[in-house]
Design a protein around this ligand. Structure first.
Ligand code: ADP
Ligand code: MG
Length: 334
């Protein structure tokens, strides 16, 4: 059977994870959330995450600068730490490089990696360096820590929670469209390209939100809200998601570029990936107060995009209260 038949998540759930289920000690949380959790004492846990970027699958060498790639390689991992409500402690960088690459390329890559490391005080603690036949391969791991009571699991969503986002979505997918179709970058395009090539991780937002008990489940949007919300629905069981499409937050730049190039901005916002904002579910009675405090803290809204109901793990998309059926799913490898 070809792996394309079961897809990325089928492969993880049916082939990779089951082999190890009985080896996972009951105190640990392993495969299935944004990061693994290892309690170090009754108050604190360490969290671990790793993510790989492969040339031609995740980036094109002539469309991303080495600085941007260095930044992004760390950022996508910090984003998973943010999703758990954690604080990053240190990172590990493994890199495979074709022999004919310039040292200057690596210097620039490390400058980008370091800029983000400094911003969140995350030292590089180790890694591995190897040659690769022809593609650049980057794998980063990050260790973080979180007070046990603040951990935000995908499985903690509750009936009647509202679904929120810590930022706008779709810019990164718009940036990718510009790159793949070689479209000229005007002023509006810049923001989309930046969001795709150097997405800032929502570490501060994750840390801040993790202090609130009314924040239930949380994850980062790496594959698109459509795909990522499903992870919460599957892990929390017995819930369906209702998304109100008119409430999906999108940038003016995305709307303008969509008009220019005839894109469907909603499709990019819902199904396009790599936004790296956080998606969380919040007790509906606490939402208004929390959103007010969030605005004070971060000077932007905590965007409410829908709610959860008792149901069967589906997502229902409403536009002006009417169901829309033809939206694309999010990204999955294979
Ligand atoms: P994320 O997008 O948050 O990085 P993924 O969708 O990539 O998460 O992975 C989902 C879960 O499966 C995570 O808990 C991840 O650690 C786990 N996972 C993915 N690939 C593997 C693998 N090859 N071996 C073990 N666990 C894996
Ligand atoms: Mg994640």
């Amino acid at each position: 059977m070809k792996i394309s038949k079961i897809g990325e998540f089928g492969l993880i759930e049916e082939v990779i994870a089951p082999e190890f289920r009985e080896l996972v000690n009951q105190h640990l949380t392993g495969i299935g959330d944004d990061a693994a959790i290892i309690p170090i004492d009754e108050h604190t846990s360490h969290i671990y995450t790793t993510d790989m970027l492969i040339e031609k699958t995740h980036f094109l060498r002539d469309k991303i600068s080495p600085y941007q790639l260095g930044y992004k390689s760390l950022s996508v991992n910090l984003s998973d730490i943010a999703a758990m409500g954690g604080k990053p402690i240190g990172s590990y960088l493994s890199i495979g490089l074709p022999k004919d690459m310039e040292v200057e390329w690596v210097e620039e890559f490390m400058k980008g990696y370091k800029a983000l490391s400094e911003e969140f005080h995350v030292p590089l603690l180790g890694g591995d360096t190897t040659s690769s036949e022809d593609k650049i391969i980057v794998n980063v791991g990050v260790t973080g820590e979180v007070p046990a009571k603040n951990i935000k699991l995908r499985s903690a969503a509750q009936e009647n929670d509202v679904i929120c986002l810590t930022g706008k979505v779709g810019d990164s997918a718009g940036g990718l469209q510009l790159i793949l179709n070689d479209l000229p970058a005007d002023n509006h395009a810049e923001k989309l390209l930046d969001q795709h090539l150097t997405p800032p991780p929502h570490i501060l937002e994750g840390l801040w939100l993790s202090e609130f008990d009314e924040v239930h489940a949380m994850l980062d949007v790496s594959d698109g809200i459509a795909s990522d919300l499903k992870h919460i629905l599957k892990a929390s069981a017995g819930l369906k998601g209702i998304i109100e499409l008119e409430d999906i937050p999108m940038s003016d730049e995305l709307i303008r570029q969509s008009e220019t190039y005839q894109w469907n901005p909603l499709e990019l916002a819902v199904s396009g990936g790599e936004d790296y904002v956080l998606l969380l579910t919040v007790d509906k009675n606490q939402y208004e107060t929390l959103a007010g405090k969030f605005r004070e803290q971060f000077s932007r809204p905590l965007y409410k995009i829908g709610y959860l109901e008792k149901g069967d793990t589906r997502i229902i998309y409403l536009k002006n209260k009417k169901e829309m059926k033809d939206l694309k799913e999010g990204y999955s490898h294979f």
